[in-house]
Design a protein around this ligand. Structure first.
Ligand code: AGP
Length: 609
């Protein structure tokens, strides 16, 4: 996600913005910039790379002034470059905008503005906002911003300044977070409270389609109809040093809780109605290309591999295309036969994993079309793919992948549904139900997070054991495998994800009171078989934690403990079912005092084979 800081007051705005942006560095970024209004003129400095580059530029080309906005960019549209970095300016260069979010209708707005003579310098959606405000400006900056927000579809947190209004800073938001900081003789805007906690512990958390017109002496909050809005002052309960994690103890915990909002970003502009086609910009495949597919190969590592297994299951079970999920490191070793009409889908959070990149090159060389499902824009795997679908998760700092996984799954759910629709292999009502189910995932994820205390209570019963089995069947097998990976990589408990159907072929020999089993037994085609597996384990005195669907009255009598998930079609259960397992692993590791964000021996990105 991008980071925004704005300041108006008696201090030096560029200095405040730079220091504030440093507290947002954890969000990850690839470029940065600051604009100020001084002596009736707007001036801007922008760089590619880290804030140190911006600080160095400000040394050689100083910028000072009492009102300014700053930005760290996490690329979503357009690769990292000075032109694509924020702030973005109007044609006249008298107005600057910084933005976090995704403007769904930026293409049509850009064409419309181009037709009216506006010239664009970047590939970004954000620049459209600067030109739109310029077009609508008739002397009142607040009115122009409100009018522009009415025309924007999608998500935004905005900071706006104008050289004709040296005493005004504007902040507006829809879906993307923004707070207004309350100072004495100075005021602020920021993407999160941590960025400005050094200077104030009081903020207004403004709501969607609300904005602040801010001077150094006061703050006025309005809705987009210019009706005044009343917001209670929020007193930030934690000290500045806790800021980067937004009050969370670990980045992993923060990222687990970011999932509903990140999921909504992932769906934005792609799946807005069950009665409309899914639009996956960047896929770069025509309907004929999709109809011509004869096989899909998923290749990835670790968590991304588990997401690929979910994708492979859906591609075959729902889109009816022969499909397989491979470990990238193993694919090359078997010298795969790639037939005509093969699509390779490479899944990767970082887009830099060496094994996955090697697999991409191998499959491409053998004639496969390559599409990647990636988080980091313009990463190596993205650049070498024929098509890229970004998951829009924002930076993931914790080494153990959480939100990237569920957004990879969500993206692959959309992809499989899109392919099924184009190939005409599912009836309209089935497709519609699938789209409704996918659209409900963010709310269901939020419901799972609301049950964190229940999961924590279960973790307290098991965190001192040393061995675990995670069992699943069908589309829940990857859920079990990913749950086991989460536990082992942050708590160091030996956990194996296994096909429940395989229990009787060996693993059941391990069952004893000291080994606990997590059984993914959500409602669906394999539920009865999973109950049977639970009974087999209980008969051998193995403790069992079941992952079960709300309303299941049978499971509580079979398992020792239950973690509950909201009811949803089994085919799209993989994303929400993972959340209790993430929370379970997190609390087990926390109770063991493990170094959760940087587990021993692990790196966030493995760029060596
Ligand atoms: C997952 O929690 C691990 N951090 C690791 O397995 C990771 O998923 C794997 O290294 C692949 O990384 P990528 O998604 O960046 O390609």
């Amino acid at each position: 996600m991008c980071g925004i800081v704005g300041y108006i007051g008696d201090k030096d705005a560029p200095l405040i913005c730079l220091q504030g942006l440093r507290r947002l560095e954890y969000r990850g970024y690839d470029s940065a910039g600051i604009s100020v209004v001084v002596d009736g003129l707007l001036d801007t400095r922008k760089v590619v790379g880290k804030l140190d580059n911006l600080e160095a530029l400000l040394q050689t080309e100083p910028l000072h002034g009492p009102v300014g906005i700053g930005h760290t960019r996490w690329a979503t549209h357009g690769k990292p470059s000075v032109d694509n970095s924020h702030p973005h300016l109007s044609c006249a260069g008298d107005l600057a905008v910084v933005h976090n979010g995704i403007i769904e209708n930026y293409s049509e707005l850009r064409e419309q503005l181009r037709g009216e003579g506006h010239e664009f310098r970047s590939q970004t959606d954000t620049e459209v906002i600067a030109h739109l405000i310029e077009k609508l400006y008739q002397g009142n900056l607040g009115d122009a911003v409100r009018a522009a927000c009415h025309e924007l579809r999608g998500s935004f947190a905005l900071g706006v300044i104008h050289q004709s209004h040296p005493d005004l800073l504007i902040g507006a938001r829809r879906f993307s977070p923004l707070v207004v900081g309350i100072g004495k003789g100075e005021n602020f805007i920021a993407s999160d409270m941590g960025a400005i906690r050094k200077w104030t512990d009081q903020v207004y958390v403004i709501g969607d389609d609300e904005m602040g017109e801010i001077t150094s002496q006061g703050i006025e909050l309005f809705d987009l109809e210019k009706q005044p809005v009343h917001r209670e002052i929020f007193n930030i309960p934690w000290p500045a040093e806790a800021a980067e994690k937004g009050g969370h103890k670990h980045f992993m915990h923060k990222e687990i809780h970011e999932q509903p909002a990140a999921m909504r970003e992932c769906l934005l502009g792609r799946l807005s109605s069950p009665d409309k086609p899914i639009v996956l910009e960047g896929l770069n495949m025509t309907d004929d290309d999709i109809r011509g597919l004869k096989k899909v190969i998923f290749a990835a590592c670790g968590t991304a591999y588990h997401a690929g297994l979910v994708g492979s299951f859906l591609m075959e079970n729902f889109a009816r295309i022969p499909s397989e999920g491979d470990l990238a490191a193993e694919l090359r070793a078997r010298n795969p036969v790639v037939l005509e009409g093969t699509l390779a889908i490479l899944v990767s959070q970082s887009g830099e994993t060496a094994d996955t990149l090697v697999a991409l090159r191998e499959l491409k060389e053998k004639g496969a079309r390559v599409v990647s499902v990636i988080n980091v824009v313009d990463s190596s795997i993205a650049r070498e793919s024929d098509g890229v679908v970004y998951i829009q998760a924002g930076p993931e700092i914790g080494v153990a992948s959480t939100k990237a996984y569920t957004l990879q799954v969500l993206t692959l759910q959309m992809l499989a549904c899109h392919f099924a629709e184009v190939r005409g292999v599912q009836p309209p009502e089935v497709l519609r139900d699938m789209k409704i189910g996918i659209m409900n995932v963010p709310e269901q994820a939020a419901e799972c997070l609301a049950r964190e205390d229940d999961v924590k209570a279960v973790a307290a019963k098991y965190y001192q054991l040393h061995n675990a089995l995670y069992l699943g069947r069908g589309i829940s097998l990857p859920t079990a495998m990913e749950g086991a990976l989460k536990l082992k990589e942050i708590s160091y408990i030996h956990a194996e994800g296994y096909s429940a159907g395989e229990m009787k072929h060996g693993p059941i020999a391990l069952v004893e009171p000291a080994l606990f089993t997590v059984a993914v037994a959500v409602q669906g085609d394999v539920y009865e078989k999973m109950v049977g597996n639970i009974q087999e384990i209980k008969a051998r005195e193995g403790p069992v934690i079941a992952l079960a669907t709300d309303g299941d009255e049978y499971i509580p009598g079979e398992a020792d403990d239950v973690m509950w998930v909201p009811a949803c079609p089994e085919l799209i259960s993989a994303a929400t079912a993972q959340i209790p397992l993430q929370l379970f692993a997190y609390h087990v590791a926390d109770m063991k005092g493990c170094h959760i964000d940087q587990p021993r021996n692990l790196a966030k990105t493995v760029t060596v084979e």
